[in-house]
Design a protein around this ligand. Sequence first.
Ligand code: ASP
Ligand code: MG
Length: 467
Amino acid sequence: MKLVLKYGGTSISSIKDIKNICENIDSLAKNNSIVVVCSALNGVTDELLEMSKLIQRGNKKQVDHILFGIKRKHKQLGDGLVTSSKLKESFSKTLNQVTMELEELVHGLILLGEVTSRSLDYLISFGERLSIVIISYTLQEYKRKSSILTGKEAGIMTDSNFGESRPLMDTTRIRVSKNINRLLSQKIIPVVGGFAGADQHGNITTFGRGGSDYTATIIASSINADEVWLMSDVDGLMTADPKLVKNSKLLNEVSYTEAIEMAQFGAKQIHPRTFEPLLAKKIPMRIRSSFKNNNKGTLVTASPSAKTKKTVKCVAAIRKIGLIDLSGGILFAAPGSAAKIFTTLAEKNVNVMMVSSNPSESSISIIVKKTDIDVAVNCLEMNLLGKMVKEIETTPDVSIIAVIGSGMKGSVGIASKVFGAAAKKQVNVMMIAQGSSELNLAFVVKDSDCKSIVQSLHDEFQLSKIN
Ligand code: ASP
Ligand code: MG
């Protein structure tokens, strides 16, 4: 099989864990062609982002402090893993080259005192630039031939939308398949840095946070891989967050569309575009733990086997969000009123996660992240209060509860079961939304009700017996 294995930062952050994954890759490579895609070591992308803020504030001392920490972390890991005299020198040289480039970039940015969106992408791509050196050399310690490739070197070409770029798939496909297949035919394991590619001018671009998942599926689609595995510290997709529901279960199999919905909610945050490259070629994905080799994780396919087609597969919760109620009486019943609200929020970069409005058009409720509430309320008050909007009311601590499963489509009685369970627990439902896909029924409750309602829905749909 041709396999693309993607490792998240938490799977590659200690000597023990890196040894463990390299042993696993080594044994898989006996019978399969393997491409490895890596995230940055745990926390490094956050540190690089922190550095960019400090650079803009002119805090050179603190920038140097973080830079020193990043260098030390990678050196210490490498020294513990790459121990054979044959590889040591070349490893140090390669790691030094990357850290020197990072240092030069950082000092250039400090001199300028500014970080543009273009230089920010270049800066934050270094987490992966560094991690791949360690993983590739460790594989060589296991006597495997391996090459280090950045996303750009692998052939991933993107548009120039820095921070949220998208691959230009036609060009990418040709380049990636040529570069990667050439290595695979020589039994070399390519270790590719996730998260980043380059635009047509050669500038480094990134896909947005969590983008290494996306890199893995872009590569899988380009080389027609048989499977892509997302390896991290979670066992797979679950029927509910185990922190909320003790008897939650691992899902053996879900569809792409279900996984897309679950990815927005679950413990395993997956980059939202991850599944796109897989759809056309129907390449199966496994979401599994890098720490438990016997655990097969969750299989994500175009059409899961019939026995796994349950109506509801998962009860998920998004916490740390806030509800804003806008009431406007008759004033709202005019074309463009919703547009005004959304434009006002968009101008302040506030993402609206959920909306509902009643047919009398006298009020609109929206859900935003808790950290966005103040900005949102402020700009709505400044621009619309007293004009179109009569009153703005906020409830800061709420949760979205979502019941997910493709079997819900067209099946009668789901809503009554869901809201019946809420009523039994005396939980007040503040807002409801269901998209026309009917894959997801979502509603909003006070955060203090979150745990009990998730547990009771999990019981109601008998999700502990799902498999
Ligand atoms: N290192 C990047 C991030 O932390 C990309 C990734 O981990 O997938 O967002
Ligand atoms: Mg990550």
